[in-house]
Design a protein around this ligand. Structure first.
Ligand SMILES: [Zn+2]
Ligand SMILES: [Zn+2]
Length: 319
């Protein structure tokens, strides 16, 4: 298997084992917290402080993942200042998706091998290139791949970020940022708005339950986003545009559009394809907080609305 592995895919490394252990521990603890949150709601009801905390920290995680990890660090869809870069790194790490460099390497690998041998979270083929049935594929894409023994080589997929000491710092300290995301900030939120009696509810609902809901929505981009929804652009993969997923991920669910134009700062390509994260990038651009926003779609839509004449599928073209 090792000799036949696609370029940039490492098998059975200590990094892969560490990642599996890390995900197991974090997912177990946060899931227990989410169960406790459901029990807490059943007993105390859902007040506005806990409910708004859920929404506030959900949106914060969406910005960190969708704008930070995905559109900025992975696809370089815009440029920004160093302070904004640090802010995006903070939010990205607090979205609890692993290290920034690791996430970028995984994501670029997905774009480079989408639904083919080498893709790490396709619902159609596993990370050892074995075909999957619909149920096993769905489970693999949603969760199973997190515990796989293959690893995306950052020297291939994220070499532009490897020397970035700021990103290395956030990778090494990510557990502290996780605690900030699911405990410290929600506790402060509950305390400031409602006093000490709202601290526990805010941590359970705005921290734990929110983290699980958010993570499962993002992971659904791998499973549902590659099985259920509309195909605007035929491009040799199974990516879909799914309105429910787009709602839950603040725009990321227009996944077929995204695979067609990976570097585009916008996932929604029509007025009815709401893309709140894209709107935030536009607002930040108007405020002078970012610039050189990539608008590939506007350029390429005029050439062709289908086909693969200008397909962007290789790693060199996605970053
Ligand atoms: Zn995809
Ligand atoms: Zn992408």
């Amino acid at each position: 298997m090792k000799a036949e592995s696609p370029v940039g895919v490492l098998v059975g490394t200590s990094e892969a084992r560490r990642r599996a252990v890390s995900y197991s521990v974090v997912l177990s603890l946060v899931s227990l917290g989410a169960v406790a949150a459901v029990g807490w709601i059943a007993q105390n009801g859902l007040g506005w402080i806990e409910a708004s905390g859920f929404l506030v920290f959900y949106v914060m995680a969406s910005i960190g993942q969708g704008i930070g990890l995905h559109r900025y660090f992975s696809h370089r869809s815009f440029r920004t200042s160093q302070p904004m870069r640090v802010l995006l790194a903070v939010l990205a790490t607090m979205s609890m998706q692993g290290s920034i460099i690791g996430w970028v390497a995984d994501h670029r690998r997905h774009h480079a091998h989408t639904d083919n041998c080498g893709d790490l979270h396709s619902p159609h083929v596993d990370d050892h290139c074995r075909p999957l049935t619909s149920l096993s594929g769905f489970l693999h894409a949603q969760l199973g791949w997190l515990f796989a023994d293959t690893y995306s080589d950052p020297r291939i997929y994220a070499k532009d970020l490897l020397g970035d000491s700021m990103l290395v710092f956030f990778g090494r300290t990510r557990l502290a940022w996780y605690v900030m995301s699911i405990v410290v900030l929600p506790a402060l939120y509950g305390f400031v708005l409602g006093g000490v009696e709202h601290v526990l509810g805010a941590v359970l609902v705005g921290g734990m339950l929110r983290a699980v809901a958010f993570s499962q929505s993002i992971l659904a981009l791998n499973s549902i986003g590659h099985t259920i929804g509309a195909v605007r652009f035929e491009q040799g993969n199974t990516s879909r545009n799914n309105a429910v997923l787009a709602f839950l991920t603040l725009g990321e669910g227009w996944h077929n559009n995204h695979h067609r134009f990976p570097r585009n700062a916008y996932a929604g390509l029509a007025w009815y394809e709401l893309d709140p994260l894209g709107s935030m990038i536009s607002l930040a651009e108007k405020l002078g907080l970012c610039w050189d926003v990539v608008r590939v779609a506007q350029l390429e839509k005029s050439v062709s609305r289908s086909g693969n004449g200008t397909r962007l599928s290789h790693i060199e073209q996605t970053i």
